[in-house]
Design a protein around this ligand. Structure first.
Ligand code: GLP
Length: 263
């Protein structure tokens, strides 16, 4: 596992955007580059930087297919807290060459959620899997909407949200946890770790425990993000604020090993 520690949130986002752009630009095959994407506050700076680079002609999305991690059940596209809305508002609508037909987001209004999730997994497989999955994590270490004790081999499916997560996410729903949908459709931990590379963003003091559990803790379904330890191409990009719970030795190790300028 790589842990790339950047001074602050903006630098973390710039590093991640550069990394993703370099991977897209380095993809020389005719088949599309398949990119997994998250929502949340953490990736917003990455999306802004990728949009800037795209407008400046530094990276093209013409041959990129995207799959989003998750979506609330019961929110239509036009709901301003649906992840469909978030992704278009913060990213897709600003790209100059993203093809709408290449955007994949789970449909939280599907009449048959199981069928929707099965179809999603099949569609990912039809492209030969995901090249790079970017993610964020919750304060309880959830990756996508895979709450503590979701199997580390889970696939795309219906997830119940914990009260804790509904309370954390209630900041977007008028601070009322009851307004936060109780269910979501989400890719599984196995879906994420099947990707060739996984890049997870971890920023801020409130994520310090989750970062320490991801890097130093046991591989455990209690902290679903710890599954990254079993992945051969996992990178955590984080900021200094998120490092507060790492041991000094761990922090020094990653600072040392990453000090050579590399992507
Ligand atoms: C939500 C999303 C996750 C996201 C998490 C953290 O619960 N389902 O995919 O990683 O929030 O969000 P933030 O980056 O805003 O802290």
């Amino acid at each position: 596992m790589r842990v790339v520690i950047q001074e602050d949130y903006n630098k973390m986002c710039k590093w991640a955007a550069n990394y993703i752009a370099a991977k897209i630009n380095g993809h020389k095959e005719a088949r599309p580059f398949v990119l997994g994407l998250p929502t949340g506050s953490s990736p917003i700076g990455v999306y802004q930087e990728l949009v800037r680079m795209n407008k400046a002609g530094e990276v093209s999305f013409a041959n990129v297919v995207t799959f989003n991690m998750d979506e609330y059940v019961g929110l239509p596209h036009e709901h301003d807290q649906s992840y469909w809305y978030f992704m278009h508002d913060n990213f897709f609508d600003h790209l100059v060459d993203m093809k709408p037909e290449n955007i994949n987001i789970l449909n939280g209004m599907a009449e048959d959620p199981e069928e929707e999730c099965r179809r999603y997994e099949e569609k990912i497989a039809s492209y030969g899997g995901i090249d790079l999955f970017m993610g964020g994590i919750g304060v309880d270490g959830h990756l996508a909407f895979n709450e503590p004790f979701t199997s580390l081999t889970s696939r795309t499916g219906l997830r119940a949200l914990t009260t804790d997560t509904r309370i954390v996410n209630s900041r977007f729903f008028g601070n009322d946890p009851e307004k936060v949908p109780a269910f979501a459709l989400s890719v599984g931990i196995g879906t994420v770790t099947d990707s060739k590379e996984v890049l997870v963003l971890i920023s801020g003091h409130n994520k310090a425990r989750a970062l320490a559990k991801s890097v130093e803790g046991n591989v455990s379904q209690k902290w679903t993000c710890s599954a990254l330890q079993m992945h051969n191409g996992a990178i955590i990009a984080c900021d200094e604020d998120a490092c507060g719970e790492l041991t000094v030795d761990t922090y020094k190790y990653f600072k040392d090993i990453e000090k050579a300028e590399r992507l």
